[in-house]
Design a protein around this ligand. Structure first.
Ligand code: AAL
Length: 390
């Protein structure tokens, strides 16, 4: 009986294999097609390679030249900033997004002017910086054309110890909300590098971009609870207005010292002085470094560069939360701070960006670490089509 069952099951499985493979052959044959000379606008019915599947499924336009969220980047030196012969004692970095007010463009940035270039956390002191941004202040500059800038001086000074930011105030970004202006920035309470690059976010407000700025003197975006991804640092606060609320994106560094993982999260608020609610799906962007986002159509686009599996991509989220890769590009601006004309309009028709400010780092050679501001141009705009940048 055992032999009989054995023979029966063998016959059964052979039969199955036979019918499986003949079925497969028949359908597979029907699935293949020859890819045509012109790129079909809609996904062909026949079987495609994984790469071609992605082309149709993952990107907003099949023809790369028509992808509104694809761009190359062009860099131009700007005028108006002195760097002490690039000896490392003066640094300007991490610009805010650019805004236009009263006939002029405005940008805020981290400014460091110290007797020595950065010396690392152990050798740092009250006057010697540990890192490029340590002992920094927020300064600002204005321009009528975005190429020639006039430095206006300090906007946010370091407050007295122990107020948030007493060690350094850095990496600012601007919000306009109900007729007032708010600068959000990192408020360090120890030299960067002691444990990590640890800090929460503080805010100051003013009636106009020219200031004077009133410090709120309180932490407005606190670090996460123990064990949370953003337990130690809230970096690169980047506010936009979306869905009637303040959408403030930020980055955190987590993981092991020297082997940080960098991701981006979102906190929203109805009041610029808080409370901010961190999104339950945080982190919402798995890669990138300094935050850089702008309204695009009815959603939010993000420049994602430098860190992570998805660096060198432009991403898009209709809801500002669930980002998808819209394009892959190269030579993206570091700390990109675009001119975003509709950043605070709560628009459902975001027009995109064509230029902004960014920084280059580590100029001047060994032991002279500092950064300088630059201008970038791109075509991530619905109103411009520059074939050179596509
Ligand atoms: C930058 C930003 C934040 C970090 C440091 C200064 O590029 O990500 O601002 O804290 O580096």
């Amino acid at each position: 009986a055992l032999i009989y069952i054995g023979v029966l099951s063998l016959l059964f499985s052979c039969n199955q294999n036979l019918s499986d493979s003949s079925e497969l052959d028949e359908t597979e044959e029907l699935k293949y097609g020859i890819f045509p000379q012109t790129l079909p606008e809609v996904k062909p019915e026949f079987k495609l390679s994984r790469a071609l599947e992605r082309l149709y499924d993952n990107y907003p336009a099949t023809k790369p030249q028509n992808n509104e969220l694809f761009s190359q980047f062009k860099y131009t030196d700007i005028k108006g900033f002195d760097y002490n012969n690039h000896d490392g004692t003066i640094s300007r970095r991490d610009p805010s997004k650019v805004i236009f007010y009263n006939g002029k463009y405005y940008v805020w940035y981290t400014y460091r002017n110290t007797p020595l270039p950065p010396q690392g956390a152990e050798k740092s002191s009250d006057v010697i910086p540990s890192a490029d941004w340590d002992l920094g202040e927020i300064w600002y500059a204005t321009s009528t054309d975005g190429f020639n800038w006039e430095e206006q001086g300090v906007a946010i000074k370091r407050p007295e110890k122990p107020v948030v930011g007493w060690r350094a105030v850095t990496t600012a970004d601007i919000l306009k909300w109900k007729g007032k202006y708010y600068l959000y920035y990192q408020g360090f309470m120890e030299a960067s590098g002691k444990r990590g690059d640890d800090c929460p976010v503080a805010v100051s407000y003013a009636d106009s971009p020219d200031g004077p700025w009133t410090p709120y003197n309180q932490i407005v975006i606190p670090n996460g609870g123990e064990g949370a991804w953003d337990q130690y640092s809230i970096h690169d606060p980047y506010p936009l207005v979306h869905n009637g609320k303040i959408y403030l994106y930020y980055k955190s560094d987590f993981g092991e010292k020297g082997d940080w993982i960098r991701m981006q999260g979102l906190a929203t608020a109805d009041n610029p002085l808080g409370p901010f609610t961190k999104h339950p799906l945080n982190p919402v962007i798995s890669s990138g470094h300094e935050t850089s986002l702008f309204p695009f159509k009815d959603g939010i686009a993000a420049l994602v560069y430098k860190d992570g599996n998805e660096h060198n991509t432009v991403q898009f989220a209709q809801d500002g939360v669930n980002f998808e890769i819209a394009s892959i590009t190269e030579m993206m601006p570091y700390a990109a701070a675009p001119f975003v004309p509709d950043a605070f309009d709560d628009t459902k028709d975001g027009r995109g960006i064509t230029w902004g400010m960014a920084h280059f780092i580590a100029l001047g050679g060994k032991g002279k670490f500092h950064s300088k501001l630059t201008r970038f141009d791109c075509d991530l705009s619905l109103d411009l089509h520059d074939p050179e940048m596509k």
